[in-house]
Ligand binder design. Structure first.
Ligand SMILES: Nc1nc2c(ncn2[C@@H]2O[C@H](COP(=O)(O)OP(=O)(O)OP(=O)(O)O)[C@@H](O)[C@H]2O)c(=O)[nH]1
Ligand SMILES: [Mg+2]
Length: 194
């Protein structure tokens, strides 16, 4: 009998960011199970409501959540919850973030401002997050330092480049997030005990 069986720790991670920054793309590229997607076709009704600049080819949008799973190692399994990006779905965010260990805030450097509210959201709730700069068509219009300055985030918050379409790149961001989050938790632990 195998009495060394490891039961992995399950951690909840939120994949957030503004409208059309690549959240659904990231959950899909990295998930080892067929991801749950709740997308609707963008219609004429979006005109004037959703900012389509830079993402004119976009045909669908998330209306509830994306869900996926990835095993980082035998001890750690991540459950990924992708948020809807449009402002009219803000009411869902508290539910999605409930019990989350950490978050990825995806940004598109052509539309940095669309991810400001996500950063505010996690800062206010003291949920550790990393910023992942999604290079559309491989182009990062700004350096990591410029993005950090523009977003006005704490110097300790990691900012990494990624391509949400590729599994390796998306997994790299998740590993960065888990390491950062664990370090944050360790730092906070003594304060909790005193
Ligand atoms: N060229 C390129 N296109 C990308 C990349 N990431 C996402 N896309 C495309 O950008 C569009 C938006 O991606 P989504 O994954 O739907 O974005 P989202 O953040 O889930 O969007 P909402 O749910 O509507 O907020 C899609 O057409 C993707 O195929 C990327 O890294 N490079
Ligand atoms: Mg989406």
């Amino acid at each position: 009998m195998n009495d060394t069986l490891t039961v992995p720790t399950s951690l909840k991670i939120v994949v957030a960011g503004g409208f059309g920054v690549g959240k659904t793309t990231m959950v899909n590229s990295v998930s080892e199970i067929p991801p749950l997607r709740t997308e609707e076709v963008l219609t004429e009704a979006s005109v004037g409501v959703d900012d389509m600049q830079g993402i004119e080819g976009k045909e669908t949008t998330t209306v509830a959540l994306d869900f996926g799973r990835i095993t980082i190692n035998p001890q750690v399994v991540l459950y990924l919850f992708g948020t809807p990006g449009q402002n009219r779905f803000w009411f869902m965010w508290d539910e999605l973030a409930h019990g989350a260990l950490g978050a990825i805030v995806l940004v598109d450097t052509r539309r940095l401002d669309s991810s400001f509210p996500s950063i505010d959201f996690f800062e206010r709730r003291d949920i550790p997050f990393v910023v992942a700069v999604n290079g559309f068509d491989g182009a990062w219009d700004h350096t990591v330092d410029e993005v950090r300055q523009a977003l006005d985030i704490e110097p300790t918050v990691p900012v990494v480049k990624c391509d949400a379409r590729t599994r390796e790149s998306s997994k790299g961001v998740l590993v960065e997030l888990v390491q950062y989050t664990m370090a944050q938790l360790e730092q906070r632990a003594p304060a909790r005990q005193s």
